[in-house]
Ligand binder design. Structure first.
Ligand SMILES: CC(C)(COP(=O)(O)OP(=O)(O)OC[C@H]1O[C@@H](n2cnc3c(N)ncnc32)[C@H](O)[C@@H]1OP(=O)(O)O)[C@@H](O)C(=O)NCCC(=O)NCCS
Length: 178
């Protein structure tokens, strides 16, 4: 499985991604914008566990590697809700800082939202963004997400507090835009 998306390719994780993941992900610029599931420091063990989990995961793939110029450079994925949230999936992503500002994550997220609605029985994709993360908010807006709410002072990460912004994209909006 391989999704070409302009500046990048989305594909399943390989064992060979472990080494670059351990180097690229160990970066405060990334961790401070991600949930605590993405630690700092990001150790070799963290990389190992993530790669094993992705490779073992049941299909269809919920997490994909982002490859730029043939190199593993980041990740994008979703987590499906359960119970009354079973028609909702939470989306997350990151890319190495040396590639920021080139439109790569916008390409990746556009391709991934289409993949997600084509592949999973969900009606809503959701993303939560820390208040200081204007770049991520902009990526979502460019992909058709709507800013739906702001939870004030809901995030405390590495000693700093900020708001949590909720973005949503409905299947119906996505289909209407196609
Ligand atoms: C957020 C992130 C994925 C963006 O990736 P990217 O490939 O640089 O994104 P793009 O280049 O596609 O788009 C970024 C947009 O944000 C804009 N932007 C960047 N910094 C900005 C800022 N400080 N204020 C306002 N807009 C900003 C860019 O100008 C661009 O918009 P434009 O195309 O309208 O000019 C990347 O910065 C990252 O991995 N950050 C760390 C992890 C993270 O934040 N993950 C998301 C968690 S919700």
């Amino acid at each position: 499985m391989r999704i070409e998306s302009g500046s990048c390719v989305l594909r399943p994780y390989h064992a060979a991604d472990r080494e670059r993941l351990a180097i690229l992900a160990n970066d405060m610029l990334i961790s401070r914008n991600m949930t605590a599931m993405f630690p700092y420091p990001y150790t070799d063990d963290d990389a190992d566990q993530w790669i094993r989990r992705c490779i073992k995961a049941s299909r269809p793939w919920e997490n994909l590697a982002v490859e730029v110029d043939g190199e593993y450079s980041g990740g994008i994925g979703l987590h499906r809700g359960s119970g009354e949230k079973h028609r909702v999936a939470q989306m997350g992503y990151w890319i190495e800082p040396s590639l920021w500002g080139r439109g790569i994550m916008t390409d990746a997220a556009r391709a991934f939202t289409s993949y997600a609605f084509d592949t999973f029985p969900v009606d809503r994709l959701q993303a939560t963004v820390f208040g200081w993360n204007a770049a991520s908010a902009r990526v979502l807006v460019k992909c058709g997400f709507v800013e739906e709410g702001r939870l004030r002072a809901a995030i405390a990460r590495f000693g700093e507090t900020t708001d949590e912004l909720i973005f949503g994209l409905l299947r119906s909006d996505h289909e209407a835009a196609d």
